[in-house]
Design a protein around this ligand. Structure first.
Ligand SMILES: Nc1ncnc2c1ncn2[C@@H]1O[C@H](COP(=O)(O)OP(=O)(O)O)[C@@H](O)[C@H]1O
Ligand SMILES: [Mg+2]
Length: 367
């Protein structure tokens, strides 16, 4: 293979190496040191990093030449000290640097901290500083050394994304509020319409529809008031739902009491609405059909989540029990078909028994 001679000035490193040959031992060492410093400074510049070193005993600092540019320091007048550095840091972030250093000292670990500096023209620059402490033989810290980098662009992008997300969350909450209001309008329209109805059976149908609309409206109300827009706390939802039903039927505790035993379970919105509608139907039925005049009614509702995160919902009453030949899938044209359809939608199962009143047990798999 043909070898090409290295031309003068083509490779500065090679040129320096060639220079070393003509120097004495000590001079060579000094030259080599200067050379590595030059290389380091070149590498730091290329990586847009600055290097600094703070002697904790003398309070004196030293830093790479590009430090002054990053921190907007006056090249001539500034003495190199920790105070000179700290004077550039945003007053609100100075404590943060101090706290982080204390943590690093306690844990004896390297650390990094992000803070703002104020440039002479008043502009803000974000800095990420990665640093470590050095200790003497007795374990006392003697110096702090670090490498800083300008992260303003990344920080501004982060702030923009966060602000955008917050804005979208507020918008989504607003939408839930509007959906709830619209459902309330539907409920009021049903109410208005029902004023012209004489038939008690038809009136009941209207009331059932109103309760279903209300069950859905409660979810949106809860989401509007919550910080978590993707999940609904089912226990909280069930409490409002049952409270509404007891209010609609003007039930006094002396006549029918409600016992709730609810685990802290959260569900996605769609699943929560399905569960809410199922509970609405079952409690509605218990209130309407289970008790005769003389019974001191009790409705129990329990919600549990097992280790495999499956949900079990039990709705029971101590009433008269279901009519004979009552079959779950083929029962009444709407209500139980609705319950069944909702259970299927949740890929769950439903069972019932009438040993002592009526008891429905619904199991829903959850991921
Ligand atoms: N908890 C219950 N206790 C006693 N009977 C019930 C209970 N739940 C349902 N039923 C009976 O089952 C029937 C069907 O219920 P459903 O399909 O919800 O229709 P609806 O409530 O409109 O009558 C009711 O009419 C009632 O006779
Ligand atoms: Mg019913």
């Amino acid at each position: 293979m043909k070898k090409y001679p290295i031309e003068q000035g083509e490779d500065p490193a090679q040129q320096k190496r060639l220079d070393f040959a003509s120097l004495s031992n000590k001079e060579t060492q000094v030259k080599r040191l200067e050379f590595s410093e030059e290389q380091l400074s070149f590498a730091l510049d290329a990586a847009r990093m600055v290097f600094w070193d703070w002697n904790l005993q003398t309070g004196k600092a030293s830093w790479s030449s590009n430090f002054v540019h990053l921190y907007g320091l006056d090249v001539d007048s500034q003495e190199k000290s920790y105070e000179a550095f700290l004077s550039t840091v945003h007053p609100e972030d100075r404590q943060l640097i101090e706290q982080d250093a204390q943590k690093s000292l306690q844990s004896k670990r390297d650390s990094s901290v992000e803070y703002r500096i104020i440039l002479p023209d008043g502009k803000i620059r974000w800095i990420r500083s990665q640093y470590k402490f050095f200790y003497d033989e007795q374990g006392n810290p003697v110096k702090k050394t670090g490498i800083d980098i300008d992260i303003t662009e990344r920080k501004l992008a982060e702030i923009k994304i966060k602000d955008g997300l917050k804005e979208k969350e507020v918008l989504l909450q607003e939408i839930h509020h509007r959906v709830k209001n619209n459902l309330q309008v539907v409920s009021s329209l049903l109410d208005l319409q029902s004023m012209h109805i004489d038939s008690p059976a038809l009136l009941e149908v209207f009331r059932d529809f109103q309760n279903r609309v209300k069950a859905m409206a409660i979810v949106h109300q809860q989401l509007y008031e919550s910080n978590n827009l993707s999940q609904i706390n089912l226990a909280v939802y069930i409490r409002s739902l049952t409270e509404n039903l007891f209010q609609v039927y003007s039930i006094v505790p002396a006549k029918v009491s409600l016992i709730l035993d609810l685990d802290n379970v959260s569900l996605k919105i769609d699943a929560a609405i399905s569960c809410g509608l199922i509970i609405n139907e079952l409690i509605n039925n218990a209130i309407k059909h289970a008790f005769n005049e003389s019974t001191q009614g009790v409705i129990k509702l329990s919600l549990t989540k097992d280790e495999s995160k499956n949900i079990t919902l039990i709705v029971g009453d101590n009433g008269i029990g279901l009519p004979e030949n009552w079959e779950l899938p083929n029962s009444h044209p709407l209500e139980f078909q609705l319950v069944n359809a909702l259970v299927q939608q949740l890929e769950g199962t439903i069972e019932y028994n009438c040993y002592c009143g009526t008891k429905f047990c619904i199991r829903i798999p959850c991921d």
